[in-house]
Every structure is written in C-alpha cells, then in structure tokens.
Design a protein around this ligand. Structure first.
Ligand code: N8A
Ligand code: ZN
Length: 229
C-alpha cells in the first residue's frame, strides 16, 4: 500500500462488525500459523458494509509474523513492514453454500487485516498467548470457549481496500482485502510467544514457526481505495 497512490472513495461505507464471542470453537496449530476457528453454521458472527455488497460470516482468524521485529506482515504501508499481521477471515454465505466454494469465487471472501506493532502489552491478545504453549506442535488443538475477536480490531474506522487473493495456496483471487490503517500494539513478550510455536509435529526435528508470511507481490493495475481522506 502506497498511501499517496490510494484513492479516497466517498461511497465506501463504515465497516459494521458484529461478533458473538460464544461462536468461538478452538485454537490450533495447522503447521503454517495458529488459528482460532468459529462456528460459521449460522449468521452469528458477521461483518457487513465497508466495500462489501453482502454480509460475510467469520470463519477463523490467524496471524503471520517474522523471526525478528523488522518484518513479518504480508502488507506494507509505504514499504514499511510490521512485525506481524492479523487476518480475520470471513466468507459470503449469502451467495455460496460452503466456505470451500466461496474460496474459489471473486466475491467469496473478505479478510480484515490488522497490523501489529511493538508497543504496549495487549490484554486481549494475552488470552491467545497464554494458550500457545498447549498448541506448540503442528496439529495440536485446544478448546477455546469464549473469545471476542473485536478486541483485536483498532477503534479507528479508517481502512484501505483492494481486490486480492489468499496469501497461501490455493492463492485464489477471491479476497476483498480490508486493511485497517491503525495498528494494534503488542509487547515483545507477546511477539516472542508467537515465535515459540513450531511448524513441526511432536517427535519431528523442531523448526520454529517464524517468517510465515508471503513475499510482497506486484500491485499490477490494481487500485487501492481508502475510506478516509
Ligand atoms: N492468509 S489469508 O489469505 O488470509 C488465508 C485465508 C484463508 C485461507 O483458507 C487461507 N489459506 C489456507 O487455508 N490454505 C490451506 C492451508 C495452507 C496451505 C499452505 C499454506 C498455508 N495454509 C489463507
Ligand atoms: Zn493470512
């Protein structure tokens, strides 16, 4: 994202986020990141508005991070990397019967990206951090009863939005990206906790889960719109 090249779109609406914390199911290590998954069998945790034509259901959120604080995010702002980036993944259950089908279609997914910057301790994130030792290895999963992911979303309503893809295989061009302008602050211990996770299963030679971000890709002829002037 090059701030000066983004185009203010006055027709962009505020993003409306309504999450039900009791839809939280479990937290697990999938060997690429750690993710918190939600019950998406009904419209209980949804987003609507912003650049979106339909409402989208929350399915999971996960993070990408670096081995050191100099990099880790999958988006940059004026070529600046953040040490980590949160992705809240939603799918268009109005139009598609399943997430798997939505993944293959242009208006199938909406992912909210939130930058993490080094700073103050983040109380809401600490609940996740406290669970990480229990899911150190690939395929480890623990129950996670109640968690409200809106505590991880900055209060400032400003965002950039553009049409993009999944950042991991299958890399399908099905994502309306909504990147929040304001980062959330987390402290060094919290970032270090992410870096204690492993890509590897229990019993395998340990490989620390770090640098699980996709390299920057060319914007080509895409326009990034901003919801703010
Ligand atoms: N990183 S992202 O673009 O927000 C995103 C969102 C929802 C997704 O299902 C995926 N990708 C995904 O689940 N891929 C299947 C598992 C996998 C395969 C290879 C690398 C990482 N993860 C990525
Ligand atoms: Zn992601």
């Amino acid at each position: 994202i090059q701030w000066r090249d983004s185009v203010y779109d006055p027709f962009l609406k505020p993003l409306k986020i309504s999450y039900d914390p009791t839809t939280c199911l479990h937290i697990w290590n999938n060997g690429y990141s750690f993710l918190v998954e939600f019950d998406d069998s009904a419209d209980r945790s949804i987003i609507v508005g912003g650049p979106l034509e339909n409402q989208y259901r929350l399915k999971q959120f996960h993070f990408h991070w670096g081995a050191i604080n100099e990099w880790g995010s999958e988006h940059t702002v004026d070529s600046k990397f953040y040490p980590a980036e949160l992705h809240l993944v939603h799918w268009n259950a109005v139009v598609y019967p399943t997430f798997e089908e939505a993944v293959m279609e242009g208006n199938g997914l909406a992912v909210i990206g939130v930058f993490l910057k080094l700073g103050a301790h983040h109380e809401g994130l600490q609940m996740l951090v406290d669970a990480l030792p229990a899911i150190k290895h690939k395929d480890a999963v623990i129950e996670f009863d109640v968690f409200d992911p809106s505590c991880l979303i900055p209060s400032c309503p400003d965002y950039w939005t553009y049409a993009g893809s999944l950042t991991t295989p299958p890399l399908t061009e099905s994502v309306t990206w909504i990147i929040k302008k304001q980062p959330i602050e987390v402290d060094e211990n919290q970032l270090e906790a992410f870096r204690m996770l492993l890509f590897t299963s229990d019993g395998e030679e340990e490989k620390r889960m770090v640098d699980n971000f996709r390299p920057l890709q060319p914007l080509m002829n895409r326009t990034v719109r901003s919801s703010f002037q």
